[in-house]
Structure formats: C-alpha cells, structure tokens
Design a binder for this molecule. Structure first.
Ligand SMILES: Cc1ncc(COP(=O)(O)OP(=O)(O)O)c(N)n1
Ligand SMILES: Cc1ncsc1CCOP(=O)(O)O
Ligand SMILES: [Mg+2]
Length: 223
C-alpha cells in the first residue's frame, strides 16, 4: 500500500518566474508523483490558451527533471501542443477515448468520476490510467458538484486494480483517512500553495501524515 502526492497548480499564476521557484521547492520537498497544470477560477473560467502554454513551457521541464509526470487539465489539444505527459479530463471535457486517440498509447489520461463507481468503471473501460473521486472535503478551489466518502476509495481499491486519485479539500490534517482507505494518489492544491510556511513545508507535512497513516495499525487492533 503506497499513497503518493499529486500537485494541482493554483487557479492563477500571476508571476511565472516566482511560481516556478515555488513549484521546484514543492517538488524537491518530497515524493510528488504527478503535477497538473490547472489554470481555472473557482467558477470554472479558464485562463487563455497562451497563458496555459506559457506556464507549461516553464513548468514542464522542472517536473521532467524530477521524474514527476506533468499533465494539463481539461485540454488534450493543449497537452499535445505543450508536449505534456498527459491530460486530466472531466465529465464535461473531451472523452477519454478521444484524448487517447489524440495523445497516443503512452499518454497518461485521468478522468474525473465524482462519487460514482459507474463513471469510474466506464472510464476504466475507455482506457483511463486513473480515476479521480471527490470532493472529499470542503474546498475553496472549485465549486465541486459532489461529495465523496472515503468508503468509495476503500471499495475501489478492494475491487479493482486501476489507480485512484482522491481530490477536494485535502490537507495534512485530514488526509490520513484517504491514505488508509487505499487512495493511490492525493491531489492537492490549496493546502500546498496557501500554506503560511510555504509549499515545501506543506509537502513535508503531507508526507509525514501519509506515512503515519500507513504505519498505523488497522482500526480495531489495539495493544
Ligand atoms: C486529479 C483531478 N481530479 C479531478 C479534477 C476535476 O476535473 P473536472 O471535473 O473536469 O473539473 P475542473 O478541474 O476541470 O474544473 C481534476 N482537475 N483533477
Ligand atoms: C479540481 C477539483 N476537483 C474537485 S475538488 C477540486 C479542487 C482541489 O483543490 P483543493 O485541494 O484546494 O481543494
Ligand atoms: Mg475539467
């Protein structure tokens, strides 16, 4: 059982050079499996394509140098243009099959499945590399349409072999239940970029919390 971090960028990046330094610090602070470029306001308004491509050009090499996969949110076409490792698509975005057709067999494609086993099964059948469930906790980053229960992760991890990502309001304080439930990845945004001690400190706290959760004896066993 191992649970790894998946960083989602802040909704907007005002100063790319400054953010690149924060991004590097976060990646260097621990085991970050994946980074997703997601430039999108809480209400869903996306940044212009040029801004996304400019950010990808600055951040992708930093991720590559650390063997962190770099995905673009929503847009297989921009993922291809940017030379990213893949794309994350939601239920209102491009279909997984179309993203696969555009990006090829080696691309990483993740699909939002909200709180639905059914959507996750379909994503698996369509060739997704991971499914994402959420939101698990209240979040300011997105007007998330569904709340998911950690029991869904537990069921998914027991019943299938397809990796799953948990997302939504995850912090070092509340992530233990998701790591214990069997989430393969914890996708985190606000708790890293808004940490008053900086993103590197946040990543270190997440790592410690994940380790502690995974080392804890299963519920019901004491002594
Ligand atoms: C890892 C991960 N999980 C879920 C989402 C949400 O995708 P979506 O439902 O398409 O919403 P937007 O992020 O596009 O607003 C995600 N981006 N990443
Ligand atoms: C993109 C997304 N999809 C569901 S919740 C969410 C926001 C994740 O950000 P945070 O970790 O700040 O809650
Ligand atoms: Mg989307």
């Amino acid at each position: 059982m191992s649970c790894r971090l998946y960083l989602v960028t802040p909704p907007r990046i005002a100063d790319l050079a400054r953010f690149a330094a924060d991004f590097e610090a976060a990646l260097d602070a621990g085991d970050v499996a994946c980074a997703q470029l997601r430039l999108k306001d809480r209400d869903g308004t996306p940044a212009p394509d040029e801004e996304i491509l400019r950010a990808a050009a600055a951040l992708l090499p930093l991720a590559r140098a650390r063997e962190t996969a770099f995905l673009v949110n929503d847009r297989p076409d921009l993922a291809k243009k940017a030379g990213a490792d893949g794309v994350h698509v939601g239920q209102q975005d491009a279909a997984c099959r179309d993203a696969r057709a555009l990006l090829g067999p080696d691309a990483i494609i993740g699909v939002t499945c909200h709180d639905s086993k059914h959507l996750a099964m379909i994503a698996g059948e369509e060739g997704a590399d991971y499914v994402a469930f959420g939101a698990f906790f209240p979040t300011d980053t997105k007007e998330a349409p569904t709340r998911a229960d950690p029991a869904l992760i537990e069921w998914w991890a027991y019943a299938t072999t397809l990796p799953c990502v948990a997302i939504g309001g995850i912090t070092p304080e509340n992530c233990g239940v998701l790591a214990r439930a069997g989430a393969d990845y914890l996708a985190v945004c606000g708790a890293v970029w808004n940490d008053p001690d900086g993103p590197a400190a946040a990543v270190r706290r997440f790592e410690a919390a994940i380790r502690a959760a995974q080392e804890a004896p299963p519920a019901g066993i004491s002594g």
